[in-house]
Ligand binder design. Structure first.
Ligand code: DQA
Length: 142
């Protein structure tokens, strides 16, 4: 079973970007932890980051995966196109956020993605991704 993990815009800057909000771990470190956990759970994984909405839509349409774990970052709050791509491919998706978006500015409290996701994990720092991988394992084992 293959998991595709997509990181949206500005997440390539993790580690340096607002560490008080997003923590000190780099994306490379987080991807390493994701890969380690997937190996432990017997899951294949591909990680992918883009700052561009169209590139993310193309990845959802074109890459092979059984389940999508996505942190759409700022596109969470703006992108009907990413929402529609997830709905179009018809495979389960888990929405991830490092920070708790519901505790932050009002504009972050609406997600266009939540309505097409199985669920959302928000606010556990980089651990949010690992919780999503565990949830993915559970969903794919059903
Ligand atoms: C984020 C939250 C978004 O509101 C923000 O635009 C991000 C990161 C998170 O992981 O906490 O870039 O998705």
């Amino acid at each position: 079973m293959k998991i595709l993990v997509i990181h949206g815009p500005n997440l390539n800057l993790l580690g340096a970007r607002e560490p008080g909000v997003y923590g000190a771990d780099t994306l490379e470190t987080i991807n390493g932890r994701i890969s380690g956990l997937c190996t432990e759970l017997g899951l294949e994984v591909e990680t992918f980051q883009s700052n561009s909405e169209g590139t993310i839509v193309d990845a959802i349409q074109q890459k092979s995966f059984d389940l999508l774990v996505i942190n759409p970052a700022a596109y969470t709050h703006t992108s009907v196109a990413i929402r529609d791509a997830i709905a179009a491919v018809g495979r389960p998706a888990i929405e991830v956020h490092i920070s708790n978006i519901h505790k932050r500015e009002e504009f972050r409290q609406h997600s266009f993605i939540a309505g097409v996701a199985v669920g959302q994990i928000s606010g556990f720092g980089a651990e949010s991704y690992l919780l999503a991988i565990r949830a993915a394992k559970e969903l794919l084992s059903r």
